[in-house]
Design a protein around this ligand. Structure first.
Ligand code: FRU
Length: 485
């Protein structure tokens, strides 16, 4: 059923981020570009707005921004829920499933209730009609270690070894296991990565990807691993390792900066990258914009859950070391543009005395060095409610403070999320403000911070603080963003 625009106009309904018309979603699944369409599958409960009956919902886009929701792609069946996984384009019919030209193969975790308890296994489904209809492989499962926790396969084609590579998680052992296959059906174990980094919770949702340098140097490999609970910012979060994958083994680089957090906010989890992108495109990552600590309490109806803005990945290697760099895909939605000085007021003004703007909008600002050590923006929704996004050069932190942002849906929601600041990198900031979120990209994209917020009103006012904080000349812009619906 094609949704009407009015279906996407409720309070807090994201206007530039994907959310399903109704019901629950968590992780993005099976991100793949195929025959001109970007597919977004997602963990979905077709029967309600809480986690359960996990199935793969489905949406398609031609620009990664405007989404068209389609019927459920892979429903739960028998006693098996369809957990997170990936989709590949089977060029050359390695699986033998394709009947005319290339086809799509999904590799997902089946979560099955058996008389002996829970069993998680890796399974296949195939689509011969551009992802609309899926058939289960009768030989499922293709990988079964007889474990209750073994999930979230990330599969991609290794063009050098000419076989498929899977990264899949052993959550309780804090290991990512690599396998290879020539046909997606028979898998050979290659190696294990971990335990290392942060192991304070389950390891989930791995993603192995090759990322280009932002300045033409040699590319590097990244392994991204979800952690839940126990992330430093609380609840679920994502760490990354930069290094090398030689076709068999992932080795973390010894260089400074080879370990970090993909997102320093609380609300970006289980992000995965696109398969099948044209060769010259940088990898694109989309995550689930929520946190397992309070995802079930998000005050939205008739849907619950949304996706992050897609971001293109590269990496930098500067005096401070390596870092992942993320650039949001947003420019095609830009509408009316203002110099920030025409819209924002300074900190001594209270809400109500200046211009207001309604989300969605984008701010880009590059600060010069103010006298005071803390400088940034406050976004007010009335005199008592604001979200603060700022640099603190004293504490060497970049932060978003949402303790006064509006509805605090649980005690864990009232937080200030922070990222380490590198004083030799620029104090620049891109901020995407939607009806229920702020996503920040700071310091040349080396810090990404995504936080949900539930402001008390839709008329927002931007303030720059302190009084002497100023953008470097002409580097403070605001764009109204066009709704994707
Ligand atoms: C992570 C996760 C995955 C699992 C899915 C189930 O958010 O727990 O590990 O496959 O959600 O919905």
């Amino acid at each position: 059923i094609a949704a009407q625009n009015s279906d996407y106009d409720q309070p807090y309904r994201p206007q530039v981020h994907f959310s399903p018309a109704e019901n629950w979603t968590n992780d993005p699944n099976g991100l793949v570009f195929f025959q001109g369409e970007y597919h977004l599958f997602f963990q979905y409960n077709p029967y309600g707005d809480q986690w359960g009956h996990m199935s793969w919902g489905h949406a398609v886009s031609t620009d990664l921004l405007h989404w068209h929701e389609l019927p459920v792609a892979i429903p739960e069946h028998d006693n098996t829920m369809i957990f997170t996984g990936s989709v590949v384009v089977d060029h050359g019919n390695t699986s033998g499933f394709c009947t005319h030209g290339d086809c799509l193969v999904a590799i997902y975790t089946g979560h099955t209730q058996t008389p002996e308890g829970i069993r998680q296994t890796q399974n296949l489904a195939v689509s011969l009609d551009k992802g609309r209809n899926w058939a289960q492989y009768p030989g499922n499962p293709v990988l079964d270690l007889h474990l209750a926790d073994f999930r979230d396969p990330s599969v991609s084609w290794d063009p050098i070894a000419r076989h498929w590579v899977m990264a899949v998680s052993l959550p309780k052992e804090h290991k990512i296991r690599f396998y290879s296959s020539s046909n997606l059906k028979a898998w050979t174990q290659l190696s294990d990565f971990g335990p290392t980094g942060d192991i304070n919770g389950d390891w989930e949702c791995p993603d192995l990807l090759q990322i280009p340098s932002s300045n033409g140097a040699k590319s590097i490999w990244a392994l991204k691993v979800g952690l839940n609970p126990g992330a430093p910012q609380g609840g679920s979060g994502e760490q990354y390792f930069l290094g090398d994958f030689d076709g068999k083994t992932f080795r973390q680089s010894r260089l400074r900066g080879s370990y970090g957090w993909t997102n320093y906010g609380k609300d970006d989890y289980c992000a995965i990258s696109y398969n099948g992108l044209p060769k010259d495109q940088k990898p694109v990552l989309i995550g689930w914009m929520s946190n397992w600590q309070y995802a079930a309490q998000i005050p939205t109806t008739p849907w619950r859950g949304q996706m992050s803005i897609p971001r293109r990945l590269s990496f930098i290697n500067d005096a401070a070391g390596l870092a992942l760099k993320q650039e949001p895909i947003i420019a095609p939605l830009r509408g009316k543009n203002y110099e920030i000085s025409a819209l924002a007021t300074n900190t001594s003004a209270l809400y109500g005395s200046g211009h207001t703007i309604q989300p969605p909008f984008e701010i880009r600002i590059h600060f010069g060095h103010p006298v005071e050590s803390v400088f940034g923006l406050k976004i007010y929704s009335d005199q008592q409610h604001w979200t603060e996004v700022a640099f603190d050069t004293g504490k060497k932190e970049f932060y978003i403070d949402r303790t006064h942002s509006g509805a605090a849906i649980s005690p864990e929601f009232r937080v200030r999320t922070k990222a380490p600041l590198v004083t030799t990198r620029p104090y620049d900031l891109t901020l995407i403000v939607d009806r229920s979120s702020v996503e920040a990209f700071a310091q040349d994209g080396t810090i990404a911070m995504t936080d949900l917020v539930f402001p008390v009103a839709n008329n927002l006012q931007i303030q720059i603080f302190p009084d002497d904080a100023k953008p470097i000349e002409s580097e403070g812009q605001v764009w109204e963003l066009k709704s994707i619906w």
